[in-house]
Design a protein around this ligand. Structure first.
Ligand SMILES: CC(C)(COP(=O)(O)OP(=O)(O)OC[C@H]1O[C@@H](n2cnc3c(N)ncnc32)[C@H](O)[C@@H]1OP(=O)(O)O)[C@@H](O)C(=O)NCCC(=O)NCCS
Length: 169
């Protein structure tokens, strides 16, 4: 657990037993943020496939590192990273709406950068929906640049229509 700084934010690495907490946070953030971008049906599908309690347990078992950010004792954001060798992958970065704009994403990205460097990676990579304008602007402020795009079918007729972003380490 990192020590609280003057913002009162602490970050700790999640364990399997945190999967239900993370899934609840995912549901709250995704429903609020992504419904206008991709629609309720795709939000529901993706939550079930990728951010249910079972999916998060599976991720952690497969080597994803989830970090949870707290304001006091309130879990308000999280990230997930995966070691891909040359390029570390920032798979998730979500902050609850009422806790945005106070540097929590920056703190989570800093931890991801630290993990990536320790793993010997040269870049931190992520994908972000092309229509997720506010988050793309935040990533630019966090030092990421768009390096490509990809359309990924995820089943049931849904696709992820993303930019690929990279931050050099
Ligand atoms: C994107 C997100 C993670 C940012 O979290 P946050 O904790 O509010 O971000 P921070 O406060 O650490 O801000 C980091 C930087 O981005 C900037 N920023 C944050 N949100 C922004 C926005 N909507 N538009 C423009 N800049 C923004 C901040 O000003 C800050 O830059 P600065 O330090 O140079 O001033 C958060 O808005 C979120 O969870 N969004 C919904 C989910 C999502 O889309 N996640 C990304 C998935 S790919």
């Amino acid at each position: 657990m990192s020590r609280p700084d003057d913002t009162g934010v602490t970050i700790r690495r999640a364990e399997q037993k945190d999967a239900a907490l993370l899934a609840a946070l995912a549901r709250e953030i995704w429903t609020e943020h992504y419904t206008p971008i991709i629609g309720a049906a795709q939000v529901e599908y993706m939550l079930e496939e990728f951010q249910s309690e079972a999916a998060i347990r599976r991720d952690i078992a497969q080597g994803y590192v989830y970090d949870i950010a707290y304001v006091n004792r309130d879990a308000c954001g999280y990230s997930a990273t995966r070691n891909d060798g040359e390029s570390h992958f920032l798979s998730k970065l979500y902050v609850r709406k009422d806790c945005r704009g106070r540097g929590i994403a920056r703190m989570l990205v800093n931890r991801a950068v630290q993990r990536a460097r320790e793993a010997g990676a040269k870049t931190l990579r992520l994908t972000c929906n092309k229509h997720n304008a506010g988050s793309l602007a935040a990533y630019a402020r966090l030092g990421f640049a768009i390096v490509g795009e990809c359309v990924t079918p995820i089943g049931s007729g849904f696709v992820m229509d993303d930019y690929i972003l990279e931050k050099k380490l």
